[in-house]
Design a protein around this ligand. Structure first.
Ligand SMILES: [Zn+2]
Ligand SMILES: [Zn+2]
Length: 873
């Protein structure tokens, strides 16, 4: 039995170890059945640093879901992954060891990544176990492992075979800091300070043609792109500048001539309405390059430095050094007409914050633009919690401008299983049976080029985008593989696919959810999830985003030193799904109080209904029937709420029912009784409360359960089903409220709880509960009047002025008004107050009313019922 004070530190650590050691949450492989399997596609955190509150918060919501479904009879697969391939882990390694990947042999650098990641991964494990997340630790995966590399390369080959991938030399989005191509989803807008520069361009031949102006103005924030200028554009509706179309312009400082062309994509509102097009400043430049077959003038290289094309600026850092030098020279040459500071939005790489460039490079793409309608429809097939998050998916799909670039010019990642014929360039992909392969060390599957017969090949050196692999988690979890003999794809655990729920943050809908959906959909023809559960972010106390630069980050470790894990779990469940949740200690303190309440109530139940626990008696007292019937209702409500991922509603409803109805009302009644019906009810309700609280307060419920009810983990017991007990809910509620006010009456009159009360009259319906009231409260004579009017009159007992309006409006007359009210010298006419010669409007005062008993006795203040007590003390 629970005794003494609860020690959360010891109990929580104890149960976390027990759960892991006993494999309490292992997925029961052998009994797997699609009808009972419940698979959660947990997000594998990117190994890019320590886990923060966002991870912990999301994991707790997933865990509540897992524990609820496990108790409800499902075989829950709750896996855990470590996403440790790709740029994020590489950059972590570079930062941690203060090195650059370019300075190492690829294998050597990969080794370093592994070492750094391993440390972080054991920290992830510790944290997840430390918040009691019911993960199946037999089902973990690392995205860099050979098994996952095989799945990832299989996926590449399958899409290649389906004709949904292509390699193309074309403008690609490029990060000059990470020195790799990236995809559209990895870019984000950032506000940066810059300058607008008005630069004069000469019109070629103007000196011999009096109709032509000598020059025109181009406004640009990127003067370093002047050497890359390939054309000048004018809008076809721009009457003022139309005569320039068809002429040539001379680029200042660099002196090459470029055509002046009309095109509708020109924004006439910006600058002079005449723009230069370069290789490549933005997406418009790329469109112009394609539409008008323009030259390629590459002035910026892979590392963001100027190329030889930039002449004396060659080798300078483009966005800083070269920009300043060119502006200075433009000024010296007298062609810088104006320059002013601006703040504008630039497209940056989300991982490093550096502005992206567009470089013509050879990259691999997954085709997506041709099927956006289909992918939208597939997204709609899932059930979304909350519903509103679908619009984020929709906006992303509708705003797609690029196919998905999946090749990265980095070191640590999963290699492309591809070689190229050195003679004709033919692409040779690996045999599926041989995967995983690394073309840098493995041979191609053919001796001679299938196209030209040549026998020399070069390996693809690029690696996959990290999302190309993490987008396969449903297939990784399902054990998707290629059976070479049967020549078909197989699944080790077909029963879990499609998975039941994909939980994740709203910040990666465009990254993870979208890419998972399209990949799994293309491989299997099915949407990979039945539903998706999108959690919000954890904000600081003032509802601001936590960030290192703002210094408002609260680390999970610090919090868990101060509070029990169950208190943190209680806090985490306090949001509506999808909403952001501020980190507030008062939320954790409320959790702590509830844990204490549950512990103390359990002790009381134990003392009121000690072992042996009674069987169900032949007849339950009406008040006991009522409590169990109320609890039935509560169980139905909570179950539905948890099904709908309404965590905070379930939490708050359960808490208030437990605290108010069970502890404040019922337990106080039960204290006065010693019968079998009360003992049975106490135990039945107690067991049920523990189970209902188990998904939320996972540790304290396990501790009490073991002390009271046996060896089996509470988390493996069955979720309570309603008992189907009938009772008059309203009469029961009224009766408990009557008992409550009588108890209060006794304590206010310093009467012992077992003191007799002579006479009680109840004007309300407590029929069926009379014996409970008289028995528990020792009432000699109880009379119940369910339909009669009580002898009570409501009288006006005072007037409250609203001084914020009365003060300014009546000024010096206010003392007279007050005196009139004090003396009772006023009249209420309709909604107005007539006093001291004024007529006050209804919103300027409030009428206080009290109930007066028009008979002998004491009128007790009960909710919704009139209780009169007569007692000779
Ligand atoms: Zn970058
Ligand atoms: Zn060839």
């Amino acid at each position: 039995m629970p005794s003494g004070d609860y020690d959360p530190d010891a109990a929580e650590r104890h149960w976390q170890q027990e759960w892991v050691e006993n494999e309490t949450f292992a997925y029961p492989e052998e009994t797997a059945d699609p009808d009972t399997a419940f698979a959660i596609d947990t997000p594998p955190p990117t190994v890019s640093g320590s886990l923060h509150w966002g991870h912990v918060y999301g994991s707790i919501l997933q865990d509540i879901t897992a524990r609820f479904h496990r108790m409800s009879g499902s075989d829950v697969l709750f896996p855990f992954g470590y996403d440790d391939n790709g740029i994020a882990s590489e950059r972590l390694t570079e930062d941690e060891l203060d090195i650059r990947h370019q300075d190492f042999e690829r294998r050597e650098f990969q080794q370093k990544c592994r070492e750094v990641c391993r440390e972080y991964e054991s920290d992830f494990t510790e944290k997840m176990q430390g918040v009691g997340v019911s993960i199946d630790w037999n089902n973990t995966y690392r995205t860099i492992s050979p098994e996952v590399q095989r799945v990832s390369q299989l996926s590449f080959i399958d899409l290649y075979d389906q004709g949904r991938e292509y390699r193309e030399e074309a403008p690609a989005i490029w990060c000059p800091d990470c020195e790799t191509a990236i995809s559209q989803v990895e870019t984000e807008d950032a506000e940066q300070d810059s300058h607008f520069n008005d630069i004069a361009f000469e019109v070629v031949g103007a000196e011999s043609d009096p109709d032509l102006p000598a020059e025109f103005t181009i406004s640009t924030t990127r003067p370093e792109l002047l050497p890359a200028c390939v054309a000048v554009f004018v809008h076809p509706d721009d009457d003022e500048n139309q005569h320039l179309v068809g002429e040539q312009a001379r680029v200042p400082l660099f002196d090459h001539e470029v055509p002046i062309i009309a095109d509708e994509r020109v924004d006439m509102e910006t600058g002079s309405g005449i723009v230069m097009s370069c290789t490549f400043g933005d997406q418009n430049d790329i469109e112009w390059y394609k539409a008008h077959d323009l030259d390629l003038r590459v002035a910026i290289d892979e590392s963001g430095h100027m190329t030889d094309l930039a002449g004396k600026y060659s080798g300078m850092e483009a966005a800083s050094e070269a920009r300043e030098a060119i502006v200075t020279d433009l000024d010296d040459a007298g062609v810088l007409e104006d320059r002013w500071e601006i703040s504008h939005t630039v497209n940056v790489h989300e991982r490093c914050g550096v502005g992206v460039e567009f470089l013509v490079t050879e990259q691999w793409y997954v085709e997506v633009l041709d099927k956006t309608d289909e992918y939208l429809a597939a997204g709609r097939e899932m059930e979304w919690f909350p519903d509103k998050m679908f619009s984020r998916y929709e906006h992303w799909v509708e705003g797609l401008q690029w196919d998905w670039c999946i090749s990265r010019q980095r070191s640590s990642g999963i290699p492309f299983p591809v070689w190229y014929c050195t003679d004709c360039g033919e692409e040779v992909v690996a045999d599926k049976a041989d995967l995983p392969v690394d073309p840098l060390s493995d041979d191609p599957p053919v001796d001679a080029c299938p196209s030209c017969g040549h026998d020399d090949f070069e390996p693809e050196e690029d690696v996959f985008d990290t999302w190309a692999t993490s987008s396969l988690t449903p297939l990784i979890n399902a054990g998707w593989d290629w059976d070479d003999e049967a020549e078909e794809f197989t699944m080790e655990r077909p029963e879990i696919y499609p998975m039941d729920v994909r939980p994740q943050g709203h910040d990666i809908i465009s990254f993870w959810l979208f890419h998972t959906l399209i990949k799994c959909y293309e491989h299997t023809g099915e949407v990979p999830f039945d539903q998706t559960m999108i959690n919000g972010m954890v904000l600081d106390e003032n509802r601001e985003k936590m960030s290192k630069s703002k210094g408002n980050v609260v680390a999970p470790d610090e919090v868990l030193e101060k509070f029990p894990v169950d208190a943190a779990r209680y806090w985490a469940a306090g949001s509506a799904i999808g909403d952001d949740l501020p980190y507030q200690e008062k939320g954790l303190r409320a959790g702590e109080k509830l844990i204490r309440k549950l512990w103390n109530a359990s002790k009381l139940v134990e003392s009121l209904a000690p072992e042996p626990y009674p069987d169900e008696p032949d007849e339950l007292r009406e008040i006991d029937r009522w409590l169990l019937a109320e609890l039935d209702r509560e169980i139905e409500t909570i179950s539905t709420q948890l099904e709908n991922r309404e965590f905070s509603k379930a939490r708050d409803g359960l808490r208030s029912f437990f605290w108010g109805t069970f502890c404040d009302d019922y337990l106080e009644i039960a204290k006065q009784r010693e019968d079998a019906s009360a003992r049975y009810t106490l135990r039945t309700a107690h067991r049920r409360f523990l189970k209902l609280f188990a998904p939320l307060l996972a540790h304290v419920t396990e501790e009490i359960w073991h002390q009271d009810y046996g060896e089996e983990s509470i988390h493996l017991t069955d979720w309570p089903e309603p008992l189907g007990i009938e009772a008059d809910h309203d009469a029961g509620a009224t009766a408990t409220s009557v008992v409550g006010v009588l108890r209060k009456y006794k304590s206010e009159h310093q009467l012992p709880l077992n003191a007799t009360i002579d006479e009680v009259e109840v004007y309300g319906d407590v029929r069926g509960f009379e014996a409970d009231i008289t028995g528990v409260m020792h009432v000699d004579d109880l009379s119940v009047h369910p339909d009669a009017e009580p002898p009570v009159e409501t009288v006006v007992s005072g007037i409250d002025l609203d001084y914020s309006t009365v003060g300014p409006k009546y000024g010096g007359d206010v003392p007279d008004i007050e005196a009139g009210i004090e003396a009772g010298d006023y009249e209420l006419v309709d909604d107005e107050l007539h006093v001291a010669g004024h007529e006050l409007d209804a919103d300027e005062f409030e009428v206080e009313r009290t109930r007066e008993l028009q008979a002998e006795g004491d009128l007790l203040d009960a909710e919704g019922v009139v209780v009169i007590v007569r007692n000779e003390e």
